[in-house]
Design a protein around this ligand. Structure first.
Ligand code: GLC
Length: 751
């Protein structure tokens, strides 16, 4: 299961007797006893250590690095002190142990972890510093669990809110997704772990994910689906990247020469390794020439490891001259680079920690910063516990634990505070809190092809559950309906069928708020839902999947201990028909006959709704606070192109309310006379600031050339035209508070 002997110790124990040995693959320059081989010397440059080690490997040893020797492990090379490399999911914590040669869980009792909020909640914080802290904490837990590569973050763009894995990803905008990914990866890798940003690329649905061929134009790929990966690699420094299951323009991602060799390794200068998603390799030649460096999960439990495409079949190809040795060397080099750059062989490699108070605090911080206050009429919130005698908590999601489930990102959590438990802990001592289930999630999973198997008949008829809830609401000062979705709907492996709340919740909410107008709805969900009852409900809090401390975070926001500051990383449309992927028929989504066409092009998310003037239920970037903010004094300060800054948007934000709060100030651009179609607006910068009542802060958002550029598929580069650009500063994509025009005097072109 885990590395019993830490890598560095294995390296030293084994390397010592070898120092004078002349074995196959060793060079005559092996230093004398006492001086450790260069590749083991942490004071030496990574590249030099890699080259020193590479030349010591036999072809067989090199090839052993290119494929799994377990579901989540690769083989050791004891002769040179190279340990097994262990990987684990996922983006919001360290998954429970899986059996060595199957996908079954190992059923251990020492593989719990802290559950962190799901990706969409992390993105909703709009705070790369929070992402860094969460990534660092997960990195520490991964090291404590003996892992070397963590399979995350997951940064695919929410092209359709129906995508089953929307909850794992960072929403609909490439810039926001990239900023959060950079923070997360830098944090995680600071703990001597290699991150593995995924799923590269355009894996934007679960329906037929293994084979769907995504037909997408180059400009859309470059401007929408690649930037988050580009930032993760070029700025985040992700040491590895996971090739997605699907095809792009006819070729599987895991053997897509253009995607992996031309763009990733060529243009972006990526030195790390490309691994498959589990079972995403299809041919030896495609893997060999297409840029794959590590094959995982091929035919788990069925295909012998030495028969993986990059195992003996590839080695045979090298030995018979089909593939140059240089190709084997490059793949092996990339695997060694990741190992050495993440300090696997170093004696002082970090050993991490697990489920510490710091980790629990980090988990709660993300949850608190990511929850989005969608509605708060007449300041119903925050609740004052001293003025309330009774609260009726209603809804299965008040007690439904969410950390597990959803497949690979599920966490076996040391603990998970439910919303009910959090509220009782916060006010139970002085307020009478009742609970009624309101609805049962044991019923058919109407909204998706749920993982719950055959739907069990709800133990209590739905009408009775609603009647109980209505009675409870009538008798209480305040009613809080805690509903939403669960991992039957937000899950890997299948997409949702619609955006409706399942289990009859719409009817429940309507009846509860009719019984008690002081009703608050808390939505526990990882993707957009329709809200036909919204006009009747005075307050709505979107809590996402908040991880181990979810209930505490919900309680602290409801009772005003912390100001809600989350902003939507994805649009909540009024109806599914308004969404771009639904606008062009089945060929656009979910695809027909294995072919799918991204007919909406660049117009994803708010880019679609704002360009087509479609009113959303709640717009991208939207989120309320318990206080209010004023924006003033926008100045556009020309920048030094040589330093990559073309213009800095400078403006003041003032907290005009009576409570401390946090605001996410957003900067969008609109080009006045574009040569090619451009979206109505595009997010190019943001900053989250914390302000005391009456306090003013000056915010500076620098914009580089890419902020003004579009990708020119003919010129194969980024073009910024000489044109007037509107700089739009606001509290959401549809709440623009300041704007001014920036004249770009000269055109530019960048590769
Ligand atoms: C799954 C997922 C991927 C995960 C991998 C290993 O199919 O797509 O996100 O990391 O397999 O569990």
């Amino acid at each position: 299961m885990k590395n019993l002997i830490p890598g560095f110790l294995l390296a030293i124990l084994v390397a010592l007797p070898q120092l004078n040995a002349q074995t196959a693959g060793e060079t005559s320059s092996a230093p004398t006893i006492g001086a450790q081989p260069l590749y083991l010397d942490p004071t030496q440059p990574v590249d030099a250590r890699v080259e020193d080690l590479l030349k010591r490997l036999t072809p067989e040893e090199k090839d052993s690095l290119l494929h799994g020797s377990g579901t989540f492990a690769t083989a050791a090379i004891p002769r040179l002190g190279l340990p097994e490399r262990w990987m684990s999911d996922g983006p919001n914590g360290v998954r429970e142990e899986i059996q060595r040669n199957t996908f079954n869980t190992a059923g251990l009792t020492d593989d719990y972890s802290t559950a962190f909020p799901s990706g969409i909640c992390l993105a909703a914080t709009w705070d790369p510093a929070v992402a860094y802290t969460q990534g660092q904490a997960i990195g520490e837990e991964a090291r404590a669990r003996g892992k070397d590569i963590m399979l995350g973050p997951a940064v695919n763009i929410q092209r359709t809110p129906l995508n089953g894995r929307s909850f794992e990803y960072y929403g609909e905008d490439p810039w926001l997704s990239g900023r959060i990914a950079v923070g997360f990866i830098q944090g995680e890798q600071s703990e001597d772990i290699a991150s593995c940003v995924k799923h590269f690329a355009a894996n934007n649905q679960e329906t037929n994910r293994n084979n769907i061929n995504v037909n997408v134009d180059e400009r859309t790929l470059r401007e929408i689906y690649l930037p988050a990966f580009e930032a993760a690699i070029k700025e985040g420094g992700s040491l590895s990247i996971m090739a997605a299951y699907n095809k792009i323009n006819g070729t599987y991602c895991a053997e897509n020469d253009y995607l992996l060799n031309t763009i990733l390794k060529g243009e972006w200068g990526f030195k790390g390794l490309v691994m498959t998603d589990w079972g995403a390799a299809h041919t030896t030649d495609g893997a060999a020439r297409g840029g794959l460096d590590l094959e995982m999960g091929t035919g788990v439990g069925r295909v012998p490891y030495d028969q993986y495409y990059l195992a003996q079949p590839f080695l045979d190809g090298v030995e018979n001259g089909t593939y140059p040795m240089a190709l084997l060397d490059d793949k092996a080099r990339r695997n060694l680079y990741v190992m050495i750059a993440s300090h696997v062989l170093d004696p002082n490699r970090k050993t991490g920690s697990i489920n510490t108070i710091a980790h629990q605090n980090a988990s709660q911080k993300t949850a608190e910063e990511g929850m989005v206050l969608l509605k708060d009429d007449n300041n119903v919130l925050p609740l004052d516990a001293t003025q309330i005698k009774s609260i009726a908590i209603i809804g299965d999601n008040a007690v439904h634990l969410q950390a597990a489930g959803g497949q690979s990102s599920g966490i076996k959590a040391f603990s998970e505070i439910s919303p009910l438990a959090g509220i009782i802990a916060r006010v139970g001592g002085r307020v009478n809190v009742t609970f009624s289930q309101g609805y049962s999630s044991a019923g058919a999973t109407r909204g998706g092809r749920g993982r719950g198997g055959a739907a069990a008949a709800p133990p209590v008829p739905a009408a009775d559950l609603i009647a109980q809830a209505v009675r409870a609401a009538k008798q209480a000062d305040v009613a809080i309906v805690i509903g939403g979705l669960n991992k039957n709907f937000d899950t890997e492996g299948s997409d949702r069928r619609d955006l409706t709340l399942p289990y009859g919740q719409d009817d429940l909410i309507a009846q509860v708020v009719a019984a008690n107008p002081r009703t608050i709805v808390v939505l526990v969900a990882g993707s957009p839902v329709e809200m036909p009852w919204l006009a009747k409900v005075p307050a709505v809090l979107l809590s996402w999947y908040g991880g181990s401390e979810a209930g505490n975070a919900v309680a602290r926001i409801l009772f005003g201990d912390v100001d809600p500051s989350g902003k939507l990383p994805c649009t909540f449309p009024k109806q599914l028909a308004d969404t771009p992927a639904a606008a062009f028929g089945a060929e656009a989504y979910p695809g027909v006959g294995g072919q799918e066409y991204y007919r909406e092009g660049l117009l994803v998310g708010y880019r679609w709704y704002d360009t087509k003037n479609i009113e959303p239920l709640f717009p991208f970037g939207y989120g309320l606070s318990y206080t209010t903010f004023k924006y003033d004094n926008l100045k556009l300060v020309p920048g030094d192109h040589a330093k990559g800054i073309w213009m800095t948007a400078q403006f003041d934000v003032t907290n005009t309310g009576s409570r401390a709060g946090e605001e996410v100030a957003q900067v969008y651009i609109h080009e006045n006379n574009p040569a090619l179609e451009r979206p109505e607006k595009e997010l190019k910068g943001f900053d989250k600031i914390s302000l005391q009542p009456g306090e003013t802060a000056t915010v500076s958002i620098p914009l580089g050339y890419r902020a003004f550029s579009y990708y020119d598929s003919d010129k194969k580069g980024w073009v910024a035209q000489a044109d007037d650009f509107q700089i739009l500063v606001g509290s959401s994509s549809r709440d623009i508070r300041l704007k001014d025009t920036f004249k770009l005097g000269e055109a530019s072109f960048y590769k």
